[in-house]
Design a protein around this ligand. Structure first.
Ligand code: KG4
Ligand code: ZN
Length: 333
């Protein structure tokens, strides 16, 4: 009946969670609004805000879970990938807590944790399954053979899907992070109003940089003719961009499913919160008779609950980490 305290600080969310015997008891997420004005995450500011938020987030997570810090059996933490200064705050906190309480440390790969978020709750996929992991820094099709046996079989050659959302919103003059705003305006627009190009990338890989350039030129040319073009057509632009990003993702996961004959498909990462993508995947699975796993919204964007559940499965395997551990900005599976 292990009680695990989990820490996530890889980017701009400071999060702490508690899980007991694989059941999530709390999941506290402190968002950093300081980056809104800058059009993206400022690493130096992110690490400072993590320093301010980490102790209150942990205290709140323990209090909501009604767990005393003396009853924690292990500390799971994100080792990477992510921003080094941000990761350092969470890693240092985890090491200090584990040292003080004389309990083991469990290092977690953030991208594996996004996939393992599907093991929170009762509707768990069975192995092997495919996971489309789409976040601000990554776009991957992952063949998940076991809890920690995962293979990336397709990935972006340039920008990530979330980056494409955020860069588009910046072009449109919207604050960071743009993904949730594009989602909001897209609900009010016509997805077929404008047609953006679909890149022709062989295999299961993705590319989003050409789309970003196409959107940039499209906006530039239209604003030259009508300075109010963006304000007058914001909903239609967002709906059309969202549709194109979703179809790029869905076409590749469909291709992977056909190639591998695996009919269980999961969605993970921050962009999995996107309404159009969630609906699109559900419809595609319904039409083809595939099984679809879509995470609850609170487990899509960065959160420590997914670190806790990954930590629980590592605890069961007895896989612990030494106090000499350091964070990794890049951390392959
Ligand atoms: O997984 P995540 O929280 O952080 C990383 O590990 O990168 O993903 C953040 C990304 C951002 O690019 C954000 O704009 C995007 O997820 N995102 C969304 C939505 N919510 C978050 N994109 C589209 N629609 C959303 N509703
Ligand atoms: Zn993430």
């Amino acid at each position: 009946m292990p009680v695990i305290l989990a820490i996530e600080s890889s980017c701009d969310e400071t999060s702490a969670a508690v899980c007991a015997d694989g059941v999530i008891l709390s999941n506290v997420i402190a968002n950093q609004t300081i980056h809104e004005a800058y059009g993206g995450v400022v690493p130096e500011l992110a690490s400072r805000v993590h320093q301010q938020n980490i102790v209150p987030a942990v205290q709140q997570a323990l209090s909501i879970a009604k767990v005393n810090k003396n009853d924690v059996d292990a500390v799971a933490f994100t080792r990477g990938p992510g921003l080094l200064g941000s990761l350092l705050v969470g890693v240092s906190f985890a090491k200090a807590f584990a040292l003080a309480k004389n309990i083991p440390l469990i290092e977690i790969n953030h991208m594996q944790a996004h996939v393992l978020a599907h093991f929170i709750g009762d509707n768990k996929p069975s192995f092997p399954f495919l996971c489309l992991t789409v976040s601000g820094g990554h776009t991957q099709i992952v063949l998940v053979k076991d809890y920690f046996d995962m293979e990336v079989i397709g990935q972006t050659l340039d920008d990530a899907a979330g980056e494409a959302m955020d860069k588009t919103s910046k072009i449109l003059g919207l604050p960071y992070p743009g993904g949730p705003l594009i989602d909001k305006y897209a609900r009010l627009g016509n997805p077929d109003a404008y047609k953006f190009p679909e890149p022709q990338i062989p295999g299961l890989d993705f590319s989003f940089s050409g789309l970003k350039t196409a959107i940039l030129y499209f906006i530039r040319d239209n604003v030259a003719k009508n300075p109010d073009f963006v304000q007058q057509n914001l909903n239609n632009i967002c709906a059309s961009v969202e549709k194109r990003i979703a179809t790029i993702l869905l076409n590749k996961i469909s291709k992977a499913t056909h190639q591998l004959g695996i009919k269980d498909i999961a969605l993970a990462g921050g962009v999995s919160a996107n309404t159009g993508l969630r609906q699109g995947l559900q419809e595609m699975c319904n039409v083809n008779g595939w099984n679809c796993f879509i995470p609850k919204l609170e487990y899509c964007t960065d959160n420590a609950a997914m670190i806790a559940i990954a930590g629980y499965y590592k605890f069961l395997k007895g896989e612990f980490t030494g106090q000499e551990v350091t964070p990794l900005a890049r951390m392959p599976f």
